[in-house]
Design a protein around this ligand. Sequence first.
Ligand code: ZN
Length: 301
Amino acid sequence: MNSSGWLAFGLGVVLAWMALPARAAEKLKVLIVDGQNNHNYKAMTPFMKAELEKTGRFSVDVSTTPPQKSPPELWAAWRPAFEYYDAVMSNYNGEPWPEPVQEAFLKYVANGGGAVIVHAANNAFPGWTEYDRMIGLGWRPAVYADRVYVDDEGRLVRLPAGQDAGAGHGAQHEFQIRVRTSAHPVMKDMPLKWMHAKDELYHGQRGPAESLNLLATAYSDPKTGGTGKHEPMAWWVPYGKGKVFTTLMGHVSGDSIPALQCVGFVTIMNRACEWVATGAVTLPIPAHFPTETEVRLVAKP
Ligand code: ZN
């Protein structure tokens, strides 16, 4: 082959490479952990997996723990390979994980892994000090640790253990989310106020809240059994070289899943997984994002 032949051959190789299916090899690997929950995780996980995969950005595996009161040999066989994944999303609220799994999870995040905590996954593991540090705030009683909220002037308020409300929620309802850090990649280009679909509005979350980066709040209205404070709804905490992102949105009991179908929830989940995995967000805000007054849902499969 002469030089122009080689050039044509080279060009052909490049064109063939460019025609490969859309960057299949570059998909981010996400692991969803479930298996025990006081919520209907069997309705939640497949929906969340499908929404992540719909973006084309992720390939998603699920690791399901043994059920409650399982014999030790079943737990001994459950050893998720966290280190293989770019992000681990917890949809788990149940018995403590075996010690080797706890250690593997801490090591994974400390070494730069990403974790996303969905709704009741922040209820899990009271007394596991390092988990509390990772999530920043959890569903714990008032005496457990500090409480953080935002006042009407937008100032972050921190109260010590024992003062004010412990973890709880009022009646489920649709409520408005207020973005507090619009420069953060997960929240960027999102309307500063938007309506979230019917959900539980958690209040009085407690924890060490070290280096807590608050991204969004919701007003917890006393009329629906709330605290009269702007409660944290989404935040992230650095842990070693890794990042831990929490969304309190996402309550599901029974087969009705509006809190997950909320386009706002789906957008935050997708972007949070991308961000904890890579430190950047490429996924856009969908055109049918909720407005200041209107809830928007994705179709239920
Ligand atoms: Zn719930």
